[in-house]
Design a protein around this ligand. Structure first.
Ligand code: PQ2
Ligand code: NAD
Length: 225
């Protein structure tokens, strides 16, 4: 087994392992209700997570989300029992000793923690994201330059047009059909490979949806015949 580490001012740190988490119906705790907490919450809202915020004060948008029952907000200081049932926690208060106490409580209970302005105390970092339907590009600089992650996202947003997402959607539909109808995995692999390297994506990029469908049909009929 090979372990990879990078040397930072804080010592040796493991190189980060990127994963995509299903947060549906899981509970996320955000400690703090300021600008950074708001950005983290906004990012989490699309994923079906139950978001609990604990913070004596909260910005107007956080209060609005709570009034609309999109999130729950408790207007008080953090306490350890807030971690009960929590899958992921974020701490973004303006008080270092509170941030440290939340980190320690998480470490004790095994809850993964993101301490936003304190990378050594993060179990995970939040990447910058380009999403086109089910196509998701996550960018990390391993904390070396969040601004650069943002710039790269902006560049990729121009390159990765909605057609890429449409292509992935179509591939998803075809995948189910082929998995059902083609028992031989080597044949299935060939079909998927042909489609991915065909001009279907280019046709979608050019807005030629009918031609793209025709091209897909041609690829599919090659195994039907
Ligand atoms: C991707 C994104 C997701 C999100 O948070 O939503 C994200 N930061 C974003 C923006 C951003 N954050 C900051 C600025 C101001 C400019 C600047 O500092 O560069 C900007 C730019 C802006 O405002 O756009 C301030 C900042 N951020 C961190 C520190 C602490 C430190 O470095 O010590 C400081 C204070 C530094 C200081 O004191 O000066 C730390 C982290 N920020 C991360 C993620 C994680 C590493 C991600 C990676 O691997 O690169 C990590 C380690 C932990 C975490 O928070 O998960 C999001 C871009 C979303 C997008 O636009 O696409
Ligand atoms: N805003 C930024 O872009 C930025 C960038 C880099 C780093 N930071 C740092 O990140 C931290 C958060 O920044 P911010 O701009 O969101 O701060 P902020 O001052 O807007 O918000 C801090 C929040 O923490 C809450 N809080 C204080 N004590 C608490 C406790 N005991 N329990 C729960 N909540 C508590 C407050 O009610 C407030 O809602 C700060 O330490 C800041 O220095 C901020």
């Amino acid at each position: 087994m090979s372990l990879k580490f990078i040397l930072t001012k804080q010592g040796l740190r493991a190189i980060l392992f990127p994963i995509y988490l299903d947060l549906k119906a899981k509970t996320g705790l955000v400690v703090g209700g300021g600008q950074v907490a708001e950005r983290k919450i906004e990012n989490l809202l699309d994923y079906g997570m139950n978001i609990r915020v604990v913070s004596p004060q909260a910005r107007a948008r956080i209060q609005e989300w709570a009034e609309q029952s999109i999130i729950q907000w408790q207007a008080r200081d953090f306490c350890e029992s807030d971690l009960q049932g929590v899958f992921l926690a974020f701490v973004a208060t303006d008080n270092n000793s509170v941030n440290q106490a939340v980190v320690e409580a998480c470490r004790k209970t095994g809850v993964l923690i993101n301490a936003v302005d304190d990378p050594p105390n993060c179990d995970f970092y939040v990447p910058s994201i380009v999403r086109r339907g089910s196509l998701v590009l996550a960018i990390s600089t391993e904390g070396k330059s969040p601004f650069f992650a943002r710039r790269l996202r902006e560049e990729l947003e121009n390159t990765i047009s909605p057609a890429y997402g449409e292509f992935v959607e179509i591939m998803g539909e075809i995948r189910e059909e082929i998995k059902e109808k083609v028992p031989d995995i080597t044949v299935r692999k060939k079909i998927f490979e042909n489609l991915v390297y065909s001009e279907v994506l280019d046709l979608l990029k050019a807005g030629e949806k009918d031609k793209a469908r025709e091209r897909i049909e041609a690829c599919m009929s090659s195994w039907r015949d």
